[in-house]
Design a binder for this molecule. Structure first.
Ligand code: AMP
Length: 550
C-alpha cells in the first residue's frame, strides 16, 4: 500500500473535501468549513482512514506556492511601493502587539516569556491562503484595500522568514535548547538572513527580470499552448523551490517574486489563467491538511486557553490593526477590511510552532493551542467577512442604513454587474428608462452612486440583495455578470419574482444559453456571436457590381 499513498492522499483529500464542501454549502456554511472537516476526518485524531501526514503538508505547500504566484501576477513593484508607507509600519506594529499579547497569555499559563515570544509570533502572522481566498471571493484583490492587505501580508511573511532563521540562533537566549553550532552569534545570523533575502531579490530583479520574459516570449512564439502552460508552471515552481533551496527564502516568497516578474510581460494574463485550475485544487488540499493536524480533544482539555488564544487572533489583532490603519488617516472601510482579513492564522504559524517545539522553546501544548486557534479563526473568518459586507454598506453609504431605491417603485430596468459589459449597457439605458444597478464591488458601487445611478450594493446571487432592486416592477433585467453559474441563480430568482420581465443574459457557450434559458432567461447573448454581428454590420452592404463582360 505504501507506494500508492500519494494517490490515496490526493484522492481522499479531494474526494472528502468535495463531499463535505457540498454538505457545508447545503447547510449554508462556507465550503471551507467542509474542507477543514474533511481534514479532521482523515487526520490521525479521529478513527478510520488516516492520510499520509508527510505528504499532505507538502501538497498543501504547492497550493501556497501557486497562490502566491497568482498574487505576484497581479501585483507590481509599483503597487508594493505604493502601499509600503502603511503596510510596513502597520505590519510591524501589529506583530508587536500580537506578540505582546501572546507573551501575556504564555506567562499566565506559566510557560515564561521566552516561549511566549514564539507563541506570540505564531499568533501574529495571517494565512496567505485564507486571506487570498477571502479577497478573491469578494473581488477585492485589485482594490485599494486589497492591495494594502496583500502588502501588509507580504511584510508579515518577510518578518516570519526572518523569525524562522533567527529562532535557532536565539533559542538559548529565549530559554530553549542552545544552538548546535553558534557561528557568529545572533548578529551574524541576522546579517546572514538579511543578506540572503537581499541577494534573492537582487537576483530576481537583475537576472530573473531578463531571463523569465525571454523564455516566455520564445515559448509563446512556438504557438504551442501546451508548452506555454508548462513553461509557466515550471517557472513558478522552479523559482519557488530554487529560492528556498539556494537563498533560504520561503517557497511562498519565491513564488510571489516569480509572479511579479512575469506580470511585467504582456503575457501575464494568459499566464495567470493557465494556473487557475491547479491553484484551486491545491488550495483545497491546503485546508484539508490543516484539518488533519487538529486534535479536537484540546477543546475539552483546555477550553479557557483555547478561548484566550482565539480572542488574541480574532479580537486582539483586529483591534490593533484597526487603530493602526485609522492612525494612518485611512478610511474606516480600509481599516475594517484589513482587520478582518488578518484576523486569522495559518501555515506560517504551524511552521513556527513546529520549529519552536523542536528547539524545546515551546511546550507541545503551545502547538496544540496554535492549531486550535488557527482552525477556529479560519472558521470564524467567513463570518467576520459577512459581517464586514454588512458594515461596509453602511460605511460606504455615508453611515446609516442603505437608502430605499426610488426607481424600484415604478416600471424600470435592472442591470446586474457594472463591468466591461454592464458599463456600456448602463450608459445606453440612462436616458431611456429608470434604472437600478446591482454591483458587488464597493468601489464600483460608490463610483456608480457618484455618477448619479441608483445602486444596490451586494452580490445579486443573494435573494435579499436581488429583491431590493424591485424585481416585481421590472420590465427588463440585464444580467451582465461574467459567471454563468451565478447568472443562472440570479435569473432563476428573478423569473420567480416576475414572470413577465424580459431577462437578457450574458453567455459564452451554447451550453450556457441552454442553461440560462432553462432558468428563465428570455434571451442569452454569446459574446463571440455579437462580435460577428458587429463585423457584418461593418461589411459592404451590397455585392460589388459584376466585372464588365468583354
Ligand atoms: P466584467 O466581467 O468586466 O463585465 O465585470 C463584471 C462586473 O460584475 C464586476 O464589476 C463585478 O463586480 C460585477 N459582478 C460580478 N458578479 C456579480 C454578482 N453576483 N452580483 C453583483 N455584481 C457582480
Amino acid at each position: 500500500m505504501h507506494h500508492t499513498s500519494l494517490i490515496a492522499t490526493i484522492v481522499a483529500g479531494l474526494g472528502l473535501a468535495f463531499v463535505f464542501g457540498a454538505l457545508a454549502n447545503r447547510l449554508k456554511l462556507p465550503v471551507l468549513v467542509g474542507y477543514l472537516l474533511a481534514g479532521v476526518i482523515v487526520g490521525p485524531f479521529t478513527p478510520g482512514y488516516v492520510a499520509d501526514q508527510e505528504l499532505a503538508p507538502q501538497l498543501a505547500e504547492i497550493g501556497v506556492i501557486l497562490l502566491m504566484f497568482g498574487v505576484g501576477l497581479h501585483f507590481s513593484v509599483k503597487d508594493l511601493m505604493a502601499v509600503r508607507k502603511i503596510a510596513i509600519p502597520g505590519a510591524v506594529a501589529q506583530i508587536t502587539a500580537a506578540t505582546l499579547m501572546g507573551v501575556g497569555l504564555a506567562v499566565a499559563l506559566g510557560w515564561g516569556w521566552g516561549p511566549g515570544v514564539v507563541f506570540g509570533l505564531a499568533l501574529s502572522v495571517a494565512s496567505t491562503v485564507v486571506l487570498l481566498r477571502a479577497l478573491q471571493e469578494r473581488r477585492l484583490i485589485e482594490t485599494d484595500r486589497g492591495r494594502i492587505a496583500v502588502g501588509w501580508l507580504i511584510v508579515e511573511d518577510l518578518a516570519m522568514v526572518l523569525a524562522l532563521v533567527l529562532l535557532p540562533a536565539l533559542s538559548g537566549v529565549l530559554g530553549g535548547a542552545a544552538p548546535a553550532h553558534a557561528s557568529g552569534g545572533i548578529l551574524g545570523a541576522f546579517a546572514m538572513t538579511i543578506g540572503k533575502v537581499v541577494a534573492f531579490v537582487a537576483f530576481m530583479l537583475i537576472v530573473g527580470r531578463r531571463v523569465i520574459p525571454w523564455i516566455l516570449h520564445r515559448i509563446a512564439h512556438t504557438g504551442s499552448r501546451e508548452l506555454f502552460r508548462l513553461a509557466v508552471l515550471a517557472i513558478a515552481l522552479g523559482v519557488a523551490f530554487g529560492s528556498a533551496a539556494l537563498f533560504g527564502v520561503s517557497f511562498a516568497l519565491g513564488a510571489f517574486f516569480a509572479g511579479m516578474i512575469m506580470a511585467e510581460s504582456e503575457l501575464s494574463h494568459q499566464a495567470a489563467n493557465e494556473t487557475l485550475p491547479l491553484r484551486d485544487a491545491f488550495a483545497v488540499l491546503f485546508f484539508v491538511s490543516i484539518g488533519m493536524l487538529f486534535d479536537p480533544m484540546v477543546l475539552l482539555r483546555e477550553p479557557l486557553a483555547v478561548l484566550a488564544t482565539v480572542a488574541i487572533i480574532v479580537l486582539g489583532k483586529s483591534v490593533a490593526a484597526y487603530f493602526i490603519v485609522v492612525a494612518f488617516k485611512r478610511p474606516k472601510s480600509v481599516a475594517l477590511t484589513i482587520s478582518v482579513s488578518l484576523a486569522q492564522i495559518g501555515e506560517f504559524s504551524f511552521i513556527l510552532a513546529g520549529l519552536g517545539v523542536s528547539l524545546k522553546l515551546l511546550p507541545p501544548e503551545g502547538r496544540d493551542l496554535i492549531l486550535a486557534g488557527a482552525i477556529l479563526s479560519i472558521l470564524l473568518n467567513p463570518l467576520l467577512f459577512a459581517w464586514l459586507d454588512k458594515a461596509m454598506v453602511k460605511v460606504s453609504a455615508g453611515e446609516g442604513p442603505s437608502e430605499p431605491v426610488a426607481a424600484a417603485a415604478q416600471p424600470h430596468a435592472v442591470l446586474v454587474g457594472y463591468g466591461r459589459v454592464g458599463k456600456t449597457v448602463a450608459e445606453g439605458l440612462r436616458n431611456r428608462t429608470p434604472l437600478v444597478v446591482i454591483e458587488d464591488e464597493v468601489e464600483r458601487a460608490a463610483e456608480l452612486r457618484a455618477a448619479g445611478y441608483e445602486v444596490v450594493h451586494g452580490n445579486a446571487v443573494r435573494p435579499e440583495v436581488l429583491m431590493q432592486a424591485g424585481l416585481d416592477k421590472a420590465t427588463h433585467v440585464f444580467v451582465a455578470v461574467p459567471s454563468p453559474f451565478e447568472a443562472a441563480r440570479i435569473i432563476e430568482q428573478a423569473r420567480a419574482a416576475n414572470p413577465d420581465a424580459r431577462i437578457i443574459a450574458r453567455a459564452y457557450t451554447d451550453a450556457d444559453v441552454e442553461l440560462l434559458g432553462q432558468m428563465g432567461a428570455t434571451e442569452a447573448l454569446i459574446g463571440e456571436q455579437e462580435i460577428a454581428r458587429g463585423m457584418l454590420q461593418r461589411a459592404p452592404r451590397r455585392a460589388p457590381p459584376p466585372a464588365p463582360a468583354h
